[in-house]
Design a protein around this ligand. Structure first.
Ligand code: BES
Ligand code: MN
Length: 457
């Protein structure tokens, strides 16, 4: 058996990872069939199933989940008595948004200034390649020392819970000793990070109706109840004067116990314009990782071009609330509904429809797998591992933690701040892909070794 350092084995696999990431990015696998055909997602799923079969995975299956999307599962048996590690990623992506603002086509992986650009390059198709590259490196260097389960979800970005429901209905399927969620990111490029908390999320659509039809704003404006004005008033009531979220019945005073996110760094990461202040109070880490945050995602109102001088009869908005660990998503949805309904002025008719939601997540940072990951990151990056929260959501984490209370969770991935996930011109850093694939391979080795030591094997 040839034996080069694992780092060299991983490095040699990066050109292949680039070719394959380009194939995967080329599928417009947005799990919203109103925007993109389902066949794009199906092609991505079968690409992943083929990739797993090529690595000798058993029981490879494309699973139909209750939300009408597909997840890909596979199992690679390891040595007898080895622990089982579940590797997670998702192949669905956010829509590209305004394609004209991409400097290269969103579904064509394009190298520029040392990064690879394309929708899903970091979130989370790069995560698929991170897992594959780690496994390939190990297979060429003596073998994969653990039993591996891979699950790649097809609708994570929609919050429609397909894989969550499927996992609950098949409670043994994803059982594992350790679960590596490859869908998070380093706190900053090149700083190895394990994410220990994620926010959950609730989405609600609110509709306001006040009149049978639009009216001339000169003849009727001033006395006619304006639905758009009512909506603006209701939405404004979700914040105080600092911009902090204020939803009746929802605690907004949490504090993040871990690393502090420097305000100047945050301004830079978020590209805040000079002279514009941040919103909320307390430390930036508190605001991002320990408190609820409301965002108005969209408003149905006449666009500026083509607007007529009219009082609107109806208006609508899509509102999200991100919630920190300790806050329940179902209760938050009800609180949001009650708040918006109560805030409606003039007896305006309000309808609130709750949409996709996900629970927040907090990992146990004292677990043995954490120690193995810290060593792996130190070796791969030559730096100490950091631990941070993240304001994003991965709803499946909470489902898996409920199903497998003893499993150890490790959240890593390629979505560092420069990756611009969910925005135009998303990209992945190839160096980060290489270092994280190496980290994951080293982690699997150390975790297997630590496991056999405690088992006395
Ligand atoms: N990968 C992200 C979440 C994330 C980003 C975690 C960076 C840690 C670091 C994930 O794909 C995501 O964006 N999820 C959605 C889920 C939502 C629709 C329920 C999100 O957070 O908007
Ligand atoms: Mn995402």
């Amino acid at each position: 058996m040839s034996s080069v350092p694992l780092s060299e084995a991983v490095a040699a696999l990066i050109p292949r990872a680039k070719t394959e990431l380009a194939e995967l990015v080329a599928f417009a696998s947005v799990a919203d069939w109103r925007q993109f055909p389902k066949s794009e997602s199906q092609k991505a799923a079968s690409w992943i199933a083929d990739a797993l079969r090529a690595e000798d995975f058993r029981d490879v299956e494309v699973l139909d989940t209750p939300d009408g999307t597909q997840s890909v599962y596979g199992y690679l048996p390891g040595p007898a008595d080895a622990p089982t590690v579940l590797l997670y990623a998702h192949y669905d992506v956010q829509p590209p948004l305004d394609e004209s603002r991409w400097l290269s086509p969103p579904f064509e992986l394009t190298e520029r200034d040392g990064r690879w650009y394309g929708r899903g390059a970091a979130d989370c198709k790069g995560g698929v390649l991170m897992h594959l590259t780690a496994l390939r490196a190990l297979r060429g260097q003596g073998g994969v020392p653990v039993n591996v389960k891979v699950i790649v979800e097809g609708s994570e970005e929609q919050g429609t819970g397909g894989l969550e429901r499927y996992a609950e209905q098949h409670p043994g399927l994803l059982a594992a000793d350790a679960i590596v969620i490859g869908d998070a990111g380093n706190f900053r490029l090149g700083l190895p990070t394990v994410t220990s908390a994620l926010r959950g999320m609730v989405v609600a659509e609110v509709r306001v109706n006040t009149l049978q039809g639009n009216l001339h704003s000169g003849m009727f404006g001033g006395a006619a109840p304006d639905a758009l004005a009512a909506l603006i008033h209701m939405l404004a009531s979700l914040r105080d004067e600092t911009g902090a979220t204020t939803i009746d019945g929802l605690d907004g005073g949490g504090e993040w116990p871990g690393i502090a996110y420097d305000e100047a760094d945050f301004r830079q990461d978020a590209k805040v314009l000079d002279g514009v202040g941040l919103i909320g109070t307390g430390g930036v880490s508190d605001r991002l990782w320990a408190r609820p945050a409301v965002t108005v995602l969209g408003i149905d109102a006449p666009p500026v071009v083509g607007a007529t001088p009219s009082v609107q009869a109806s208006a609508g908005a899509l509102v999200s609330v991100r919630i920190p660990p300790g806050v329940d998503a179902v209760r938050t949805g009800e609180a949001l509904r009650a708040h918006l309904t109560a805030a409606a002025p003039w007896g305006a008719k309000v309808e609130v429809t709750l949409g996709g939601s996900g629970q927040p997540f907090a990992a146990d940072t004292g677990s043995p797998a954490y120690a193995a990951m810290a060593e792996a990151m130190r070796e791969a990056y030559g730096r100490e591992m950091a631990e941070a929260g993240n304001g994003g959501s991965i709803p499946l984490c909470n489902t898996l933690a409920g199903l497998y209370p003893r499993a150890e969770f490790l959240l890593i991935g390629l979505s560092e701040p420069e990756a611009a996930i969910h925005a135009v011109n998303e990209s992945v850093s190839p160096q980060e892909l290489e270092k994280l694939a190496l980290t994951e391979a080293l982690f699997l080795r150390r975790y297997a070794a630590a496991h056999s030591a405690t088992q006395g094997v």
